[in-house]
Design a protein around this ligand. Structure first.
Ligand code: PMP
Length: 443
């Protein structure tokens, strides 16, 4: 371990590193040493962290060093880590037993909160992950329309089910090729991939396959190629195109749900999808997904209808308790506070980059933000992918060494939480000023 990594821990640089030991043992157990790939820090060329505690806006590594955290559990931690009210709700639920294998009161309670916030979710199902929820929504769209093709956007991520784990081939609106080994080519070929923010490409795909497309699935604010805000009118065009063709519009709000406003992106932009996919915040940090939408569509789900979907631990009471406690704390004024914090962060980052002469494009929707190391904000994943990954790796490393933890990839969001206050912003911006200087020094 290098001296900067040993950092402010209080641990002497010569003491044995618990983190290094755990990392070695993890590498002997898990592919790449991790249980989800981005945790391996490969794209920033650093050794992965082992984290053993979170509190408010901070996380602690296994050697006792604390970091100001912008990974935010990859989205759920909108209240910060280990919020006492959420802990208490989970503790209380635990005393009633874990999953009991039947409907419980906490599922009903959370379901009603979700529907009150997103009225388009007339009926819903809870799952245990966003992947399951997105996969099930697509199956429902196919079952309800009797059509096979699905349109997704380049750079959009909807979990790792086979049909959604695809990349665009060459050309604008092409049938997709597998984005992972193990995905059958015919499965991938049922997905059409088009550029985000390009409604003409969407229209062209529908013109090429009239009456054959079951649904468009879209992150209404794309956040898995870095943050890409929807261009004005883009989501409305998707609504028009799908309605005209008899296809369904699925909003994957796993990241945006309860993040960009109380009603998610559909509330923020005023566009109503047929089906919505949720995850992350709705589970308050526990493993949860949900999908839902129009009652007539949800009536196709078993046992009401012929589209099968199930889950042993779906609607788990501890997860429902965490989700309910979290949503109850997210009053409208909390979103105003998040907006103010995030706007100040964005402005400060712009100023710091300008002062060091670093060309950046910063995108932000509410408390989701990306600093792209390229001149100007990208509109599409294709543009985002031209960002300078080496510059981001230097920035990430300089921030980490100074105690600020960002997502270990250029193409992810910073997740600002309600636990990030003025002091945390001051610390972040002072650190960013030196990190931008380090980027320039490394050119
Ligand atoms: N959809 C979106 C938009 C996501 O960002 C993610 C995960 N980051 C998923 C679906 C999959 O969710 P999970 O990791 O819970 O399976």
């Amino acid at each position: 371990m290098t001296a900067p990594e040993a950092g402010r821990a209080g641990r002497s640089p010569t003491a044995p590193s618990r983190m290094a030991d755990l990392r070695t043992r993890a590498e002997d157990l898990f592919p790449g040493g991790v249980n989800s790939p981005v945790r391996a820090f490969r794209s920033v060329g650093r050794a992965p962290l082992v984290l053993d505690k979170g509190a408010g806006p901070r996380v602690r590594d296994a050697d006792g060093r604390w970091y100001l955290d912008y990974i935010g559990s990859w989205g759920p931690a909108i209240l910060g880590h280990a919020h006492p009210t959420v802990i208490e709700a989970v503790r209380e639920a635990a005393f009633d037993g874990f999953a009991l294998g039947a409907t419980g009161p906490r599922e009903v309670e959370l379901g009603e909160l979700v529907r009150a916030a997103m009225p388009s979710m007339e009926r819903m199902r809870f799952t245990s992950s966003g992947t399951e929820a997105a996969m099930s929504a697509v199956r429902l769209a196919r079952g309800a329309t009797g059509r096979d093709l699905v349109v997704k956007f380049n750079g959009g991520y909807h979990g790792h089910s086979d049909g959604l784990l695809v990349e665009a081939g060459s050309g604008v609106a092409t049938l997709a090729i597998p984005g992972s080994a193990g995905v059958p080519t015919p499965t991938a070929a049922a997905t059409i991939v088009v550029p985000y923010n390009d409604p003409d490409a969407v229209a062209a795909a529908f013109a090429a396959h009239p009456g054959r497309i079951a649904a468009i699935i879209v992150e209404p604010v794309a956040a898995n190629a870095g943050v890409l805000p929807p261009a004005p009118g883009f989501l409305d065009r998707l609504r028009e195109i799908t309605t005209a063709d008899g296809a369904l519009l699925i909003f994957d709000e796993v990241i945006t749900g309860f993040r960009v406003g109380p009603g998610g992106a559909q509330g923020r932009y005023g566009v109503t999808p047929d089906l919505t996919v949720l995850g992350k915040i709705v589970g308050g940090g526990m493993p949860v997904g949900a999908y839902g939408g129009r009652a007539d569509l949800m009536a196709h789900i078993a046992p009401s209808g012929p589209v099968y979907q199930a889950g042993t631990l779906s609607g788990h009471p501890l997860a429902m308790a965490a989700g309910t406690a979290t949503l109850r704390l997210l009053s409208a004024d909390r979103y105003d506070a998040l907006e103010a914090t995030s706007a100040r962060l964005e402005a400060g980052l712009r100023a710091a980059a300008a002062a060091s002469g670093t060309p950046v494009g910063i995108t932000r929707v509410g408390s989701l933000l990306t600093v792209f190391f390229r001149a100007g904000a990208p509109a599409t994943a294709e543009e985002a992918f031209t960002a300078d990954r080496a510059a981001y790796a230097r920035f990430f490393g300089a921030m980490l060494d100074a105690g600020v933890l960002l997502a270990p990839s250029q193409f992810e969001a910073w997740f600002v939480s309600l636990a990030h206050g003025e002091a945390e912003l001051d610390e972040t911006l002072a650190t960013a000023a030196t990190a931008f200087a380090a980027v320039e020094a490394g050119r």
